[in-house]
Design a protein around this ligand. Structure first.
Ligand code: AHG
Ligand code: MN
Ligand code: MN
Length: 339
């Protein structure tokens, strides 16, 4: 019996740790030492937020923080806490020069340690906030660019770079398990947090979308808020695509399921207040660009619903929103043709 337990414990360590993975990565990309250490920093932040979300109910950090953010959205306590965690931790490590966040009006200076840093980072510190209080999966999304020279590190233009210029992007999903999914631009890899070891262990390498889509994800209640063409698209998905509907309301969770099982996620521009103008809900810089980077690495595609590849779009402002269509290329292309 002891022999079995011994081999089982060894088996647990048969997966590469994130550190071992990064050492292999560095052997192929010796110029990415700081970027690799930055991913390690993000893994540490993910562990800390995971720990907070796992006991939010008892740590009295559920519910609203009693303020609204630049998005004019009610901020949850865990949004604030996650945002502070990202800022505080990255201020000490000195790997990034500036940080943009859904919860910050303007880019934040990452202090003296980061004054010469070569990268800037944009965060959705906690995605899926409306699901925090009901114990449904939420996540942290990150997007890393090279710092632009010749302009202040906190100049908004540091973050108005095209998605295909990202050097690292990914998310940490706090679900039934905590997973880190990321790409340096050479494939998408998933690491699962072994809570006992406190280590992220490689669980899927070079993830690729299944050839057949299985699910579609859309908030059906928006049918009355979208333009006629997007209504046609939503009806095609529901009645003719043959796909099954799944919608969690956390982009990270819906994206992760569709990445693994195959599928499309659509969030069209909406006119929620009947003003006659349609606008996107999701944010280009720290939700759509990182997800588009990952899906393209996994063999799919992401557009703004108007035929523009998200990765080719040059953001006009830090918190710019736009429509979103992401997933299996064949399905995205079919939907784009419904005009
Ligand atoms: P956040 O919590 O960071 O504001 O993001 C919420 C986003 C995204 O996670 C999700 O796909 C979408 O909002 C859900 O919006 P609806 O509730 O309007 O469907
Ligand atoms: Mn979000
Ligand atoms: Mn958020």
């Amino acid at each position: 019996m002891l022999g079995v337990l011994y081999f089982r414990s060894i088996a647990m360590l048969s997966s590469q740790t994130l550190t071992q993975f990064l050492l292999h990565h560095l052997a192929k990309h010796p110029d990415q030492i700081t970027l690799s250490l930055l991913l390690s920093d993000l893994a540490t932040i993910g562990k800390a937020i995971s720990q907070k979300t796992n006991k939010a109910g008892i740590a009295k950090i559920l519910g609203s923080a009693g303020k609204t953010n630049v998005q004019d959205e009610e901020v949850q306590k865990l949004d604030m806490l996650s945002n502070e965690l990202c800022k505080e931790y990255l201020t000490q490590t000195g790997r990034v020069a500036a940080l943009a966040s859904e919860e910050e009006d303007m880019p934040v200076d990452m202090g003296n340690a980061g004054k010469d840093a070569a990268y800037v980072i944009a965060f959705d510190p906690l995605d899926g906030s409306t699901n925090i209080d009901v114990n449904v999966s939420i996540g942290t999304i990150f997007s890393v660019h090279k710092r632009l020279s010749g302009i202040e590190r906190t100049d908004e233009r540091q973050f108005l770079q095209q998605g295909n210029e990202q050097v690292l992007a990914g998310y940490i999903l706090y679900g039934s398990s905590t997973v880190l999914v990321c790409s340096f631009g050479d494939g998408v890899h998933e690491f699962t947090l072994d809570q006992g070891l406190g280590e992220f262990l490689l669980s899927q390498e070079h993830m690729s979308l299944p050839s057949n889509a299985k699910y579609y994800s859309v908030n059906e209640c928006n049918m009355k808020y979208v333009c006629e063409n997007d209504q046609k698209r939503m009806l095609w998905l529901r009645d003719e695509s043959g796909l099954r509907g799944r919608y969690i309301g956390s982009l990270v969770a819906d994206f992760h399921r569709n990445l693994i099982k195959g599928g499309v996620f659509i969030y069209p521009e909406i006119d929620g207040k009947n003003t006659g103008t349609y606008a996107g809900k999701l944010r280009l810089n720290y939700e759509l660009k990182p997800m588009a980077f990952l899906i393209e690495q996994a063999g799919g595609v992401a557009t703004n619903g108007k035929g523009d590849n998200i990765l080719d779009m040059t953001p006009k402002s830090l918190h710019q929103r736009c429509g979103f269509l992401v997933g299996n290329t064949s399905v995205v292309e079919h939907i784009e043709k419904i005009v």
